[in-house]
Design a protein around this ligand. Structure first.
Ligand SMILES: C[S@@+](CC[C@H](N)C(=O)[O-])C[C@H]1O[C@@H](n2cnc3c(N)ncnc32)[C@H](O)[C@@H]1O
Length: 277
């Protein structure tokens, strides 16, 4: 049914949904493929396939997605971690000094700081989001990936989340600030694929009238939260390299660099603040 409807990954989707519906991992699915399926089992697989047919992604249906070699749980308030975002993690790992402190703004599942901390065992960090449901998921993922003791969480609107932490009152500074903020122009959201439009949380997509609203806030305030020689790393849309670079340059950042992803598209901007270089 999925291939008839034109799903490009129909065979893989069917395998994953069948395994999930029957409670079998990949090995059990392969070794027990000649066993009959119970009526209840068949009904539960059919229900999952129905959801896929309506455009929901396999990761959302299963409630889990792999990112940077780690497993992340998802809920309705979180975006699925995307392979594109692995570049942000690569650059953050390179930028963090020994024992460094990382701040991740708009963390969703927590995929960025959790992947960074899992690969930098002496680093620690703080992850924020405006959504408490997203932060709950980040907490679960930090625990299951063994970094919860090194990752604090705070709820709030971009940097305002930091002022809510009584121990620092927003005075703490970081070696690296990462963010993959919402960066789609509000009017464009209606034109996106049904999979995104109907199932991804709007709060994770909507970057305001021109898609740049979160970058304006981050570029204006980030210097205050950076340690000397610290840097900001933000994921961007493929056509936002110039406009987001200009924002950071205007706010006193230097060495503003656009990094391309594996598809050759502009994907991440790194920037140092003049005061801290
Ligand atoms: C594009 S998603 C990225 C999530 C995650 N960092 C990732 O890469 O998968 C953007 C995140 O920013 C959060 N967000 C939206 N507006 C925010 C705000 N004003 N302050 C803090 N976080 C916000 C959303 O809830 C969402 O989790």
């Amino acid at each position: 049914m999925l291939s008839r409807l034109g799903f490009e990954t129909a065979a893989l989707d069917a395998k994953l949904l069948t395994g999930h519906g029957l409670g079998l991992d990949a090995l059990a699915l392969a070794t027990r493929e000649l066993e009959p399926v119970s009526v209840d089992g068949a009904a539960s697989v059919a229900a999952l396939v129905q959801r896929r047919m309506s455009g929901e992604s396999v990761a959302r249906i299963i409630g889990e997605k792999e990112f940077y070699g780690l497993a992340f749980r998802l809920n309705a308030a979180t975006l699925e971690p995307r392979p594109d975002t692995e570049l942000l993690v690569d650059l953050a790992i390179k930028a963090l000094p020994q024992g460094g402190r990382l701040l991740d703004l708009g963390t969703g599942t927590g995929c960025v700081p959790i992947a960074v901390l899992a690969h930098c065992p002496d680093a620690s960090g703080l992850a924020t989001d405006i959504s408490s449901e997203a932060l709950g998921m980040a907490e679960t993922n930090a625990r299951s990936n063994g970094v919860s003791e090194r990752l604090a969480l705070a709820q709030g609107d971009w940097f305002e989340a930091l002022t809510a932490i009584p121990s620092t009152a927003g005075d703490e500074r970081f070696d690296v600030i990462t963010s993959n903020p919402p960066y789609i122009a509000s009017a464009t959201i209606e034109t996106l694929a049904a999979e995104v439009r109907h199932f991804d949380p709007r709060l994770a997509l909507d970057g305001g009238p021109d898609g740049l609203a979160p970058y304006r806030v981050i570029a204006a305030a980030a210097a205050h939260f950076l340690r000397p020689v610290g840097q900001v790393l933000v994921e961007i849309g493929y056509d936002q390299g110039e406009s987001v670079s200009a924002l950071f340059s205007r706010h006193g950042f230097a060495e503003v660099t656009v990094h391309k992803d594996l598809n050759g598209l502009d994907r991440v901007i790194s920037a140092h603040h003049l005061r801290s270089v």
